[in-house]
Design a protein around this ligand. Structure first.
Ligand SMILES: *Cc1c(COP(=O)(O)O)cnc(C)c1O
Length: 372
């Protein structure tokens, strides 16, 4: 089947490219001794889980929905972390998770009794160093809620804790990990020998062409030789990196001093990073405005004025019905399909004049699962 005959908008995952990424990640596992998990936040593409599960050890989930999806559809290790677990979800999360990572001593104390003996429990710490590209993606930014800082740490409450977890990177190379590890060891190193595992989080851009895979392997091997612990990595983006496209169609071309192509996709509704990062997607056969002969603004089919992917130029004039292919849109772009981290959509209720409230629509796990 030719892409040209398919209904758009459409994500196309390229199976072979995903397998190449998984192959490289597996090499890292084999040579370093670390175990690698898929972070579902960046790549919860359910129909690829059979393939992913052939290579990786399981999934890291951020809450009930992702944990259930991992448990049901990949059936390998499930590691669950959330900034805060909910009382009405924790029992189910415990019943399907192998590792459970708490974000505060308060959460740990609240759920300790339920979790110990059923999951291997850990704490997320904040190594307070990172070089993430923007504050939006920096878990170690000032006032971060993600992970326990050194001054807030309670060594008297460690009984039952098997592991420490940190996540401080975003699209970064092995030298950034080296800097984070240095700080992590300076702050928490004396605790590592008491642990069974250390989770190095995600943000390792392992499958990017110029990533220093050798250095990563050396860092992990050195770490494992200094401390006798399991090491986990949980990349999301590196799994889905450069594995497919978002295909859209030109619906109309309007003119307001410049030519503007209206597409059947949307930056706001489908490609959030183009607005919030902000980030510019590569478009197949296109360059920046003015580089090729025919320039257009590519914009979404919504009523939001700022629903714009960017300005691009082409060799030939665009016409209605042409396909526009956005490159490398499989990781993270699909977060609107997967409700970012599988976070539950708010239920809907109506409050009547007499004060009664009727819940008219509930969204649960099935609603999430059917979206990806
Ligand atoms: C986002 C996230 C990941 C995955 O990060 P990538 O940049 O996609 O590799 C892993 N672990 C945690 C805790 C995260 O928040």
């Amino acid at each position: 089947m030719d892409i040209k005959n398919l209904q758009t908008p459409l994500y196309v995952l390229e199976h072979q490219k995903l397998e190449q990424n998984l192959h490289l990640l597996d090499t890292v596992q084999k040579e370093s001794g670390a175990k690698i998990l898929l972070a579902l936040k960046g790549f919860a593409f359910q129909k690829s889980f059979d393939l992913v599960g052939k290579y990786l050890h399981g999934c890291c989930a951020s809450g009930l929905h992702e944990a259930k999806l991992a448990y049901e559809e990949m059936q390998k290790e499930v590691h669950t972390y959330a900034p805060a677990f909910k009382e009405n979800e924790i029992d189910e999360i415990i019943s399907i998770s192998d590792h459970l990572v708490f974000n505060s001593f308060n959460q740990w104390q609240t759920y300790r009794e339920k979790a110990v003996g059923k999951c291997s429990c850990g704490l997320r710490v904040n190594p307070e160093v990172s070089s993430a590209p923007t504050e939006l993606y920096n878990p170690c930014a000032p006032y971060s809620r993600l992970g326990i800082t050194n001054v807030e740490f309670r060594e008297d409450l460690l009984e039952g804790i098997d592991g420490l977890h940190f996540h401080a990177l975003c699209e970064q190379d092995a030298d950034a990990l080296e800097a984070v590890l240095k700080s992590f060891e300076a702050k928490f190193g004396h605790l590592i020998s008491k642990m069974k595992w250390i989770n190095f989080g995600g943000g390792h851009h392992i499958t990017r062409k110029d990533y220093d895979v050798k250095k990563l392997i050396t860092l992990i091997k050195d770490f494992k030789s200094r401390y006798d612990v399991e090491v986990y990595l949980e990349p999301g983006e590196a799994v889905g990196w450069q594995t497919g496209v978002l295909v859209s169609t030109v619906l109309d071309i309007v003119h307001n001093e410049i030519d503007i192509a209206i597409l059947d996709t949307s930056a706001e509704a489908h490609m959030p990073d183009t607005i919030i990062m902000p980030y510019r997607a590569e478009v197949r056969d296109a360059e920046a405005r003015g580089e090729k002969e025919y320039s257009y603004r590519l914009a979404g089919n919504t009523c939001l004025a700022g629903d714009i992917m960017g300005d691009y130029s082409f060799d030939k004039p665009l016409k209605v019905g042409d396909q526009i292919i956005f490159e490398d849109q499989i990781h993270y772009t699909i977060v609107k399909n997967t409700t970012f981290n599988g976070i539950k959509l708010p239920d809907l209720a109506i409050q009547y004049e007499n004060g009664t409230i009727e819940v008219v629509k509930k969204f649960g796990y099935q609603a999430y699962k059917e979206r990806n």
